[in-house]
Design a protein around this ligand. Structure first.
Ligand code: NDP
Length: 289
């Protein structure tokens, strides 16, 4: 039987730690970190994310600035807002909710954010800094995964890690973080041959694919630590909606040493890591160690 890695409890602990640091920053430096979230358009899922982000930002004692723009907002108007937030000292972190409507260029907008305020860690300079092991703002989801792995396993040095998925927001930064922890890392993707065998070599198996329950229990090395990033909505035989991961939990859980459930594993860590990045950004911008 695996230990179940409780991301919900871990995220709550992280938020409490952040709240304590925020109150110390206020008391000792008169500084209240601020996070600005920009949402363009009315995508329902994005609206829920933005609402949750704002709520949790305020709960840890930070200032939340929400900017909701019309779906037809022009490139010029959006860039002007980003520029205004870049120059606003009350704002330490800027997050532009992706994806943007198709007439806007995600990359151009992200790279217009001041790199020191890029709390999503998607700015090309933060990507580069992470890849050479320099201080960067690290994308939130992989950041949450590495925190849980270190908490579970301690030193990750020399462990074989397999990351299934090579997206810019999860797979690739996850690879860099594992490398920085001295793991031996294999990156698998849709062209990988004999994926089950590749996975069987993993002491740490990270699934970031977006395919419901693709990774089966007999792909998991006995005792491995399994981090399931996937969030897939399926309809059960009884016609009910259900969230499942990229790993088939029922068969993987008995084999693995530790595993994150879906929901309640990686998901809750993402916003907590966003708040953590905002705290880091606020301290760096004010030369507070
Ligand atoms: P992407 O679709 O951007 O990337 C998926 C990756 O999986 C690609 O690299 C793709 O390979 C690979 N892949 C697809 N099919 C296969 C296959 N059959 N075998 C092996 N590899 C395959 O997804 P994301 O990285 O954005 O997200 C992955 C999952 O994580 C999704 O379920 C998403 O919802 C979830 N997610 C969860 C978050 C959270 O907060 N918990 C945050 C972000 C994402 P190739 O490059 O060759 O196409």
């Amino acid at each position: 039987m695996a230990s179940i890695i409780d991301g919900k409890a871990f995220a709550q602990g992280l938020r409490e730690q952040i709240a304590t640091e925020v109150s110390e920053l206020k008391a000792n430096h008169g500084l209240t970190p601020g996070l600005a979230v920009v949402l363009v358009g009315e995508d329902p899922a994005s609206q829920v994310y933005v609402r949750n982000k704002a709520k949790q930002t305020e709960e840890v004692g930070m200032n939340s600035y929400e900017h909701r723009l019309d779906a037809n907002t022009s490139r010029e108007d959006l860039m002007a807002l980003v520029n205004q937030l870049n120059n606003d000292d009350r704002v330490n972190g800027i997050l532009v909710q992706l994806p943007l409507p198709t007439h806007l260029d995600d990359k151009e907008v992200i790279n217009a954010i001041n790199v020191e305020k890029d709390v999503d860690g998607f700015h090309i300079l933060n990507v580069g800094r992470l890849s050479i092991g320099e201080n960067s703002l690290v994308p939130c989801t992989p950041s949450g995964c590495i925190m849980m792995l270190k908490d579970q396993l301690g030193d990750l040095s020399g462990l074989n890690a397999v990351v299934v998925g090579r997206s810019n927001i999860v797979g690739k930064p996850m690879v860099q973080l594992l490398l920085n922890e001295n793991c031996t890392v294999t990156v698998a993707h849709s062209r990988t041959k004999n994926l089950p065998d590749v996975c069987r070599g993993a002491d740490i198996l990270v699934a970031a694919v977006g395919r419901a329950e693709m990774i089966k229990g007999d792909w998991v090395k006995p005792g491995a630590t399994v981090i399931d990033v996937g969030i897939n909505r399926i309809t059960t035989d009884e016609g009910k909606n259900k969230l499942v991961g990229d790993v088939e939990f029922a068969t993987a859980e008995p084999v693995s040493g530790a595993i994150t459930p879906v929901p309640g594993g990686v998901g809750p860590m993402t916003i907590a890591c966003l708040l953590n990045n905002t705290l880091i950004a606020a301290k760096r911008q004010n030369n507070i160690s």
